[in-house]
Design a protein around this ligand. Structure first.
Ligand code: AHR
Length: 323
């Protein structure tokens, strides 16, 4: 009789434990059990764009909306993203969202996610893998088109240009596409001259450092092609420190169109800014909801983007944009 009672108690304990623990994770609360668990591997916090992107994901994938989001900031290091994805697999997440640093090098870890049966959604930048079944779908920007847009504006200048090119992280889709756009422009404009090209890692500090060094060397130039707004802010600081007037002494073309940069267009410091839309949170949420319903989202989705110069901007328009 005693043995029977013990067995019944043990069975009861097993049932209740199975009901509240995911394999390999701390037991979650009953309420968490009803939430969709999403592991998000974010590139870092290198730019205003990136911070707006993180906030968009946190807002859309909130507990009120039925999600529990585990955010991992990789500080722009691919090896940290690979570790984060392995941790998500061990935690038994329902979905992995990856904003990849670079395009290459994802085969092994995404094969592990596939073997664990976890759908992987890629956002923002693209990845290049031989087997596209390693991810469920991708949503992000057409970075080459963004580069082409910037070049179209430069062509309207109708002048010989000595160009300083501040690149983003080498090997990221944002760098590859925007650099390809400029290279295509350089190939058909012999009157354009590339006087400097280096990576500023998409950060304000590096942008400033590179332009300060150039000015100290006495390099002359007419235009800075900055592959994101934060490097443009750094470049502007360097120009001002040297007593130069950005927008007058040299033009600046940038990417992202975040609100600080758009104000700099209004005050004449930035001449043209090509939008890169960071508001992917609601889009990722919609994809997960589709998958939950057993539907198949499109494999690749490019978001709509535009570009801004001074004529088309007003304070009201900037305020209405949300980043
Ligand atoms: O991948 C998008 C790029 O990454 C944005 O242009 C840049 O600001 C960010 O860091």
């Amino acid at each position: 009789m005693k043995k029977l009672l013990l067995a019944a108690l043990l069975a009861l304990l097993c049932v209740s434990l199975a009901g509240c623990a995911r394999p390999g994770t701390d037991p979650a609360s009953t309420q968490d059990q009803r939430l969709i668990l999403v592991g998000f591997s974010q590139v870092g916090a290198e730019s205003d764009w990136r911070k707006a992107n993180t906030l968009s994901m946190q807002t859309a994938l909130s507990a009120e909306n039925g999600f529990r989001l585990i955010l991992d900031d990789a500080q722009q290091k691919q090896e940290k993203q690979i570790t984060a994805i392995r941790n998500f697999i061990n935690q038994g997440v329902d979905y992995i969202v990856l904003a990849p640093t670079t395009e290459q090098g994802w085969e092994t870890v995404l094969s592990e996610a596939k073997a664990a049966g976890i759908p992987v959604i890629i956002v923002d930048r693209m990845i290049e893998v031989a087997d596209n079944s390693l991810f469920t779908c991708w949503i992000g920007s057409d970075f080459r088109k963004e580069g082409d847009e910037a070049v179209k504006w430069m062509e309207r200048e109708k002048a010989p240009l000595r160009i300083v090119h501040l690149q983003g992280n080498i090997g990221s889709s944002a760098q590859i596409g925007r650099t390809e756009g400029l290279d295509a422009g350089l190939a058909v404009h012999p009157e354009w001259q590339l006087v400097f090209r280096a990576s500023g890692d998409f950060t304000q500090a590096k942008g400033q450092e590179l332009v300060e060094a150039l000015l100290n060397e006495g390099t002359a130039f007419d235009l800075i092609y900055s592959e994101n707004d934060n490097m443009a802010y750094g470049a502007i600081d360097a120009l001002k420190k040297a007593g130069l007037q950005p927008g007058e002494d040299m033009k600046i073309v940038s990417f992202d169109a975040s609100s600080t940069a758009l104000h700099m267009i209004l005050n004449g410091e930035i001449s043209y800014d090509v939008e890169c839309n960071p508001l992917h949170g609601p889009r990722v949420r919609a994809i997960i909801e589709q998958l939950e319903q057993g539907e198949t989202p499109p494999k690749f989705t490019y978001v709509e983007e535009t570009a801004f110069d001074r004529e088309m901007l007003t304070e009201a328009l900037i305020d209405s944009r949300g980043y």
